[in-house]
Design a protein around this ligand. Structure first.
Ligand code: URA
Length: 239
């Protein structure tokens, strides 16, 4: 849900200030009813018209941050009938995920209908740091740490690890919990990384993407990415 004046401004129709004038002067309808109060909130399913002309939703840029659950595919449709990330977002816009997380990976994924922005984020020259928490089946040792510090060859190409932290070693269960930060976007890269060290990844979650974090979002929950965060992401890419 967002304020009507912001919705109109984000659609590129006019400034937020002028949108407020239109609202209080009875120019704006929501689902056919005049709305002239500034606190009114709307969502992607409402039909907003200005002087009787429907505001085209395709002009409205939408940005969501989803905490993807397991067993959801990062795609707009799936022939095998599996649940898709886009089906978890309540909008009529044609949004799609920026990059992908595996079917069994959970965590932070961005969805948008802003193609230009999505391409910018996915471009290999834009090195966005992404942090994952991986639970692996084994106890990492000094030799592994050395390799992680040095970087590893994955499919013939070096993978640099920007940061890693061991969060827990459970000798009884024979598992390690590791936080890994990388700036690469290759498919299955974290599983391949631990595979190269001889471990299987039992659980994988992405907790950070550039300046964005999951915060308190529960599995399957999502929120709008704010204009401030979009600016932060763009500034992040410039650095
Ligand atoms: N690395 C993986 O192996 N899987 C993901 O989903 C993301 C990064």
């Amino acid at each position: 849900m967002e304020r009507l004046q912001k919705y109109i401004a984000d659609a590129g129709y006019t400034s937020r200030r002028k949108a407020e004038d239109l609202i209080v002067n009875n120019h704006v309808t929501v689902n056919g009813n005049i709305v002239n109060t500034l606190g009114y909130k709307v969502n992607g399913n409402d039909i907003i018209a200005i002087d009787g002309v429907i505001l085209q939703k395709s002009n409205i840029k939408e940005y969501y941050l989803l905490n993807k659950p397991r067993e959801v595919i990062c795609s707009v449709s799936d022939e095998a009938g599996r649940k898709t990330v886009t089906s978890l977002i309540d909008t009529k816009s044609r949004i799609y995920p920026v990059g992908r997380l595996d079917y069994d990976t959970t965590g932070l994924i961005i969805l948008t209908n802003d193609g230009e922005f999505a391409n910018l984020l996915m471009h290999p020259k834009n090195k966005i740091l992404k942090t994952y928490v991986a639970k692996i089946d084994g106890i990492l040792n000094e030799e592994d740490f050395k390799k992680l510090r040095k970087g590893l060859l994955i499919d013939g190409r070096k993978l640099t690890i920007d940061n890693f932290k061991v969060k827990a070693l459970d000798k009884q269960k024979n598992t390690s919990l590791v936080e890994v930060t990388i700036h690469e976007g290759r498919n299955h890269i974290i599983k391949k990384l631990f595979g190269a060290l001889g471990y299987d990844v039992k659980k994988l979650t992405r907790i950070k993407y550039g300046p964005l974090t999951l915060d308190n979002l529960k599995s399957g929950e999502y929120r709008n990415i704010t204009n401030k965060e979009i600016k932060e992401l763009k500034n992040y890419l410039i650095k």
